[in-house]
Write a protein that binds this ligand. Structure first.
Ligand SMILES: NC(=O)c1ccc[n+]([C@@H]2O[C@H](COP(=O)([O-])OP(=O)(O)OC[C@H]3O[C@@H](n4cnc5c(N)ncnc54)[C@H](OP(=O)(O)O)[C@@H]3O)[C@@H](O)[C@H]2O)c1
Length: 254
């Protein structure tokens, strides 16, 4: 296993939720972390809290120039690039009759296409350092949540492209994996308009606790541990690592 010490890591979506948890964890382990997202305030607050090894880049992963800047800043900050954690993502829900085409296209842009284009942008730097890429998949590909077909479809795409990119990059020494989290309380429901505030968001995620075999939702720190494994395990590639407290087992009482 490699160590995170002195690794240079770019984390999109690093200003909140799972990305922030990863930035804190990787920062504690001695990595040079560059976090990126659209909102300046949470990014700067995170960078200040994590310390001088953390660098913040305000930008939108759906914008090509912003993606280039994220990669360039991460390379400058960390002296190269060892890992791209493509965690920025959004939710958009509605049953099939209510879905709007433009919003679905936006969802695929931020959740799928942007990560692929970031991988393109980062590839030469990752080859140089024999680095790795990790994408955010979801338990939504394993359990059916009515009203979330668009979101689940973006995560299915992420899982499919993980293997193909792993095959494309393998002989260049770059690994490509995904993490598949279960329920974790973050900002995603509020940002997507599914909960009015943080309290309602927590209640909605906590309502899923009993569907997890371990009887509780997960923490961002627990997802960060899985991300550390995927970034450091030198013979793991093309893997979608489920870290979901058993939610995807779909246990049904007889
Ligand atoms: N929470 C869960 O239970 C769960 C489960 C499975 C998978 N996931 C996945 O985990 C990832 C992280 O989500 P989270 O739950 O931690 O939610 P979150 O707290 O809302 O974090 C998502 C982050 O992505 C950033 N982002 C969204 N669109 C962006 C864009 N166009 N450009 C740059 N940054 C963008 C957001 O920041 P700005 O709005 O400031 O840009 C936000 O900080 C997502 O891919 C999500 O689908 C979450």
């Amino acid at each position: 296993m490699r160590s995170l010490e002195d690794m240079s890591v770019l984390i999109t979506g690093g200003g909140s939720g799972i990305g922030l948890g990863a930035a804190e964890h990787f920062g504690r382990r001695g990595a040079f972390v560059t976090i990126a997202g659209r909102r300046e305030e949470p990014l700067l607050a995170a960078a200040e809290q994590i310390g001088t090894r953390c660098n913040a880049v305000v930008g939108d992963v759906t914008v090509a120039d912003d993606r280039r800047r994220m990669v360039e800043d991460a390379v400058e900050h960390g002296g190269g690039l060892d890992a791209l954690l493509s965690l920025a993502g959004n939710m958009y829900v509605g049953t099939i009759g209510a879905l709007e085409e433009d919003r679905l296209l936006d969802l695929f842009h931020s959740n799928v296409v942007a990560g692929m284009m970031l991988a393109q942008c980062a590839k030469d730097h990752l080859v140089e350092r024999k680095g790795s890429i990790v994408f955010a998949a979801s338990v939504h590909t394993r359990r059916a949540f009515p009203g979330a077909s668009g979101y689940a479809a973006t995560k299915g795409a992420i899982e499919a492209l993980t293997g193909v990119l792993a095959a494309e990059f393998g002989r260049k020494g770059v690994r490509v994996n995904s993490v598949r989290p279960g329920g974790v309380h973050t900002e995603i429901l509020v940002r997507g308009g599914m909960a009015k505030d943080d309290e309602e968001s927590r209640e909605r995620v906590e309502a899923l606790a009993s569907a997890h075999v371990l009887g509780r939702i997960g923490t961002t720190g627990e997802i960060a541990e899985a991300l550390e494994y995927l970034v450091c395990a030198e013979w793991t590639t093309g893997e979608v690592l489920t870290v979901d407290g058993g939610l995807s087992l779909g246990v049904t009482k007889g």
